[in-house]
Unconditional design. Structure first.
Length: 305
């Protein structure tokens, strides 16, 4: 079945130009505030971590200061771990989970690993509860040096001086019902392609790198999260978002080919978490806790090998 959703912007079969992108922008409404929800929590953590300003976005006069938090002091003798949230701004528990990890659990890793945490990579998307940025670009398909996402290139510049130090990168995401109702139809409309309906997984799963899946690492994370929330089973075709599972709750993508965030450090251990906040079996707090559990399990595994 195709063309199941008629997206309200654009002409079927024709990719968007500037006019359609402007129409799409006009439909985006600010629902929450980065400067009220996120920045005060970053500022409150600045007495325990180094606050790193790594860029500023300016979208039609709206400015967003980009901040990360790092271990203080940074010990070059220790391994490093990058934790990212809000690459897709609408995926709330990625942002809140990263902040809550710093607030409640990060102290246990002091002196054992250098942490670098970018809790809200896409603040414009966070405020609009949108997958894309202001330019109708998906940051998580554009982590490449010449890519069009300013959020992605800013993060790449942040990590560049520390390349070679990272043992771990965990990127915190969600899969939501709005993926199917809004974002996949928008993608099809933007690119002038037919919409192909899919299925939203009911539960948590991980996306490993197809080139280096590190299944023992992935399974350790799934086992920890399973104590917090349920793990997504395969659908009726035996797949999760069109991919065959390679382990319980684990699928793979070619991260570098797709321009995904976990490809930027060259770390041997990488993963993308996917929490399902729309499940009747999960609360927002459980979603945040699942992200924290995933981060801690990932760190514990890497520190044990």
């Amino acid at each position: 079945m195709t063309d199941a959703v008629a997206y309200p912007v654009g002409t079927p079969g024709r990719a968007w130009g500037d006019a359609e992108r402007d129409q799409w922008r006009a439909r985006q409404t600010r629902h929450r505030r980065y400067d009220r929800d996120v920045l005060p929590r970053i500022e409150a953590l600045a007495d325990r971590f180094e606050r790193v300003a790594y860029g500023q976005l300016d979208y039609a006069g709206e400015t967003y200061a980009l901040h990360a938090l790092g271990s203080r002091p940074w010990d070059p003798a220790l391994p490093a771990a990058l934790i990212t949230g809000g690459v897709h701004g609408y995926e709330t528990s990625g942002v809140m989970g990263a902040l809550a990890f710093l607030e409640t659990r990060a102290a246990a890793y002091a002196g054992r690993v250098n942490l670098l945490v970018a809790p809200c990579v896409s603040p414009w998307g966070y405020e609009r509860i949108n997958r894309w940025n202001y330019d109708a670009v998906d940051p998580n398909r554009n982590f490449r040096a010449d890519g069009p996402s300013r959020e992605a290139t800013a993060l790449m510049q942040l990590v560049q001086p520390r390349l070679g130090q990272f043992g771990l990168h965990i990127d915190l995401h969600e899969t939501t019902d709005s993926d199917e109702s809004e974002f996949r139809p928008a993608l099809a409309a933007r690119d002038g392609k037919p919409f192909e309906p899919g299925t939203i997984p009911d539960g948590f799963y991980l996306v490993a790198d197809a080139e280096a899946p590190q299944l023992a690492f992935q399974q350790a994370i799934v086992a920890a999260v399973e104590a917090v929330t349920h793990i997504a089973p395969p659908d009726d075709t035996g797949q999760i978002i069109g991919c065959p599972p390679v382990a319980h709750g684990v699928i793979t993508y070619p991260q570098r080919d797709y321009g995904m965030c976990p490809s930027i450090t060259g770390a041997p251990y990488t993963t993308t978490t996917e929490v399902y906040p729309d499940s009747p079996r999960a609360t927002p707090q459980q979603c945040n806790d699942a992200q924290i559990a995933a981060v801690c399990a990932a760190l514990d595994f890497v520190l044990s090998v």
